[in-house]
Design a protein around this ligand. Structure first.
Ligand SMILES: *[C@@H]1O[C@H](CO)[C@@H](O)[C@H](O)[C@H]1NC(C)=O
Ligand SMILES: *[C@@H]1O[C@H](CO)[C@@H](O)[C@H](O)[C@H]1NC(C)=O
Length: 274
């Protein structure tokens, strides 16, 4: 039976993954299928936190990216509601380990894409404004956004990073080092076909819209806790963020994962960030 498990769940459940340190015997093999990331390789990668009373700490719920010294891009489903109080979030920047003694940054404003649809996950993107400008360095710097005209396909070198589960039921273990995986982009047709084929029940079919982008192959891709993180591709001598982790069926990545296509939200992003 095909069941749609949104990576969105990660958001709600990763504090649980955090609090219950269930030691797994499985060998860690990935973000899924990836490896540990050295410091400074993805200087825009951030960890989004909310306070857990159970853990008495600010726990990781989602990934995100620095797109401007004052702004973070993440997935709308990580925030849930436009009315969300910015004070209940914190952001960690410039670090490959979670939960080091490090000052977390505050948020002053949250903007969810006006066309975000919670059910079918269209325009699953949100902006968070930091209370203070970031000081950029080799470990903290914004990622480039694509141009309106740029396209990306399976020939591009694209990577995903995150602090999500290594396998469906295997949370990241201390010291919680960031993982990365090379993730090929899939063309729209193949992605739609893959989802149609897997879903015999039309009513449960996941619709892939123009504002979405598919990437990942079997055993390589995002899992719970990676939501909101950036998919970046190397083009014109720089890293460009093409997607935001949105949803998937499970962490086996038998089906490609679905990302919000950054290009589709460019006008909205530029409207808020000059
Ligand atoms: C974030 O906000 C809290 C609560 O208002 C405050 O105590 C803390 O100093 C702020 N942190 C930063 C880095 O501004
Ligand atoms: C997929 O669809 C988008 C949006 O219509 C289009 O811009 C893009 O070129 C297509 N990409 C691929 C790889 O098929």
């Amino acid at each position: 039976m095909f069941r749609l498990l949104l990576l969105a769940l990660s958001c709600l459940e990763s504090p649980v993954f955090m609090a219950s340190v269930s030691v797994s015997r499985s060998k860690p093999v990935g973000i899924v299928g990836g490896h540990r990331t050295p410091p400074g390789r993805w200087p825009w990668q951030v960890s989004l936190r909310t306070y857990s009373y159970e853990a008495s700490s600010w726990v990781h719920i989602c990934g995100g990216s620095i797109i401007h010294p004052r702004w973070i891009l993440t997935a709308a489903h990580c925030i849930q509601s436009q009315d969300a109080d910015p004070a209940v979030y914190r952001v960690q920047v410039g670090e490959v380990y979670l939960y080091k003694e490090q000052e977390l940054l505050n948020i002053s404003r949250i903007i969810i894409h006006p066309d975000y649809n919670d059910v079918i996950k269209r325009f699953d993107v949100a902006l968070m404004q930091l209370t203070a400008l970031l000081v950029t360095s080799t470990r903290v710097s914004p990622v480039s956004l694509p141009k309106d005209s740029s396209t990306f396909d399976s020939t591009d070198q694209c990577w995903l990073a995150g602090w999500g589960n290594l396998l469906q039921h295997v949370p990241l273990q201390p010291p919680y080092q960031l993982y990365e995986v090379k993730t090929p982009i899939l063309d729209n047709k193949s992605c739609k076909r893959a989802y149609r084929k897997k879903t015999s029940d039309e009513r449960k079919a996941v619709a892939i819209f123009e504002d979405m982008l598919c990437a990942g192959t079997s055993g390589r891709g995002p899992c719970f806790g990676d939501s909101g993180g950036p998919l970046v591709c190397w083009k014109s001598n720089k890293w460009i963020q093409v997607g935001v982790v949105s949803m998937g069926t499970d962490c086996s990545n038998d089906l490609p994962s679905v990302f919000s296509r950054v290009r589709s939200s460019l006008a909205w992003i530029h409207q808020h960030i000059q």
